[in-house]
Design a protein around this ligand. Structure first.
Ligand code: KG4
Ligand code: ZN
Length: 350
């Protein structure tokens, strides 16, 4: 039996809605349509995400986006079998919008709902690509709020091998970009500027590179970039591309070397990269090269599905349902989990 799943993402500054359909056993579920509204323009004026504005905007966007994906795939609300939403982690008010709308829709339609872990969505998003991975694999999860290396043996079977002890990789991009005056969100802007720079121009630290474990630390790097920017003073402007390239090289080198160490430690020959920073070109190039050398297969989400979206939420719901890890529920009383470690997700709805 196939299931039509409506997925809603509203954990931060992107409202995403998508329709995913499960297929016959053994086949990866299919993405029928997805729609996204990014709040970047709205938050730009404040240099970062304003939680209250984010929640209000999700309220405005979510139902029109749902109508759009239904229309695009020739489906109606009555065809939806399960409504999935991001239950956490993320901004509490923003999460509540998606959860509230999903549960109201479920109750009105008499269809069950399912709360999804946002990072599980990122982790499983490469299954939406033309070259889906196979379990088991090592996952490098690099987003604005998280940096983790995980051992993934199947849906819901996640073991954290290492993670950041302070800032996330995306945060390192964003904060460095901000102090170079590149605006918000800084990752893509810094990466673009870095293309014209010399990555060897400045010597920046590679924190915890030789720590002997798989943990990360990026707070010191940000401080080193700040010190360098201050030292440059008036000279910063003409050297900005060099500083951007040096910063990107430092972040990417640590991510790539730790990923290789995780592959060595687990003996695995497959790696999946997920989360917003997975869109970074330099990271992809360096990782592709390193993996080719080590005969490791590497999988990415489609570029446009690296950052937050509804497709990954509908997909994670589909895969949890198919694997029997979770059942959708007709208990419409919802809660959200602004903080929620991925390796603690319960196999069924509480
Ligand atoms: O996964 P995501 O959309 O949101 C979270 O769940 O956090 O990731 C957003 C992060 C931001 O820090 C953004 O600057 C970073 O991903 N990012 C990039 C690139 N595109 C997005 N960082 C470096 N290079 C990029 N091309
Ligand atoms: Zn995300």
């Amino acid at each position: 039996m196939t299931l039509l799943i409506l997925g809603i993402e509203s954990s931060c500054d992107e409202t995403g809605v998508a329709l995913v359909e499960t297929r016959v056993e053994g086949q990866v579920p299919a993405l029928l349509s997805h729609a996204l509204h990014s709040q970047i323009e709205m938050h730009k004026a404040y240099g970062g995400v304003v939680p209250e504005l984010a929640s209000r905007d999700h309220i405005r966007r979510v139902l029109p986006l749902a109508s759009q994906v239904l229309a695009e795939s020739g489906k109606s609300l009555a065809d939806v079998d399960v409504v999935a939403y991001t239950r956490g982690p993320g901004l509490a008010g923003a999460l509540l919008v998606g959860a509230g709308v999903a549960c109201a829709l479920g109750a009105a339609l008499g269809k069950p709902v399912l709360g999804v872990h946002h990072l599980e969505g990122h982790l499983l998003s490469p299954f939406l690509s033309a070259d889906p991975p196979e379990f088991p694999f090592v996952a490098l999860l690099v987003s604005g709020g998280h940096t983790q290396l995980m051992r993934v043996d199947g849906v819901g079977r996640y073991e954290i091998l290492g993670e950041t002890i302070d800032d996330a990789a995306g945060e390192a991009f964003d904060k460095s970009a901000k102090l170079m005056g590149l605006g918000y969100p800084g990752g893509p802007a810094l990466s673009k500027l870095a293309e014209q720079g010399d990555a060897t121009a400045f010597k920046l630290p590679r924190p915890l590179l030789h720590s002997g474990n798989l943990d990360f630390s990026f707070a010191g790097l940000k401080t080193a970039v700040l010190t360098q920017a201050k030292k440059l003073g008036e000279e910063l402007e003409p050297r900005k591309a060099d500083l951007a390239a040096s910063t990107e090289a430092a972040i990417v080198e640590v991510l790539v070397k730790k990923t290789l160490a995780a592959l060595k430690q687990t003996g695995m020959k497959r790696v999946v990269v997920a989360g917003g920073v997975g869109a970074n070109r330099h990271l992809r190039n360096q990782l592709n090269e390193a993996c080719a050398k080590n005969k490791v297969r590497v999988h990415y989400p489609e570029l446009h599905l690296c950052t937050d979206n509804g497709a990954m939420i509908a997909m994670a719901a589909a895969m949890r349902l198919e694997s029997g890890q979770q059942q959708a529920s007709t208990e419409y009383a919802f809660d959200v989990k602004p903080r929620w470690p991925l390796d603690s997700i319960a196999p069924t709805v509480a």
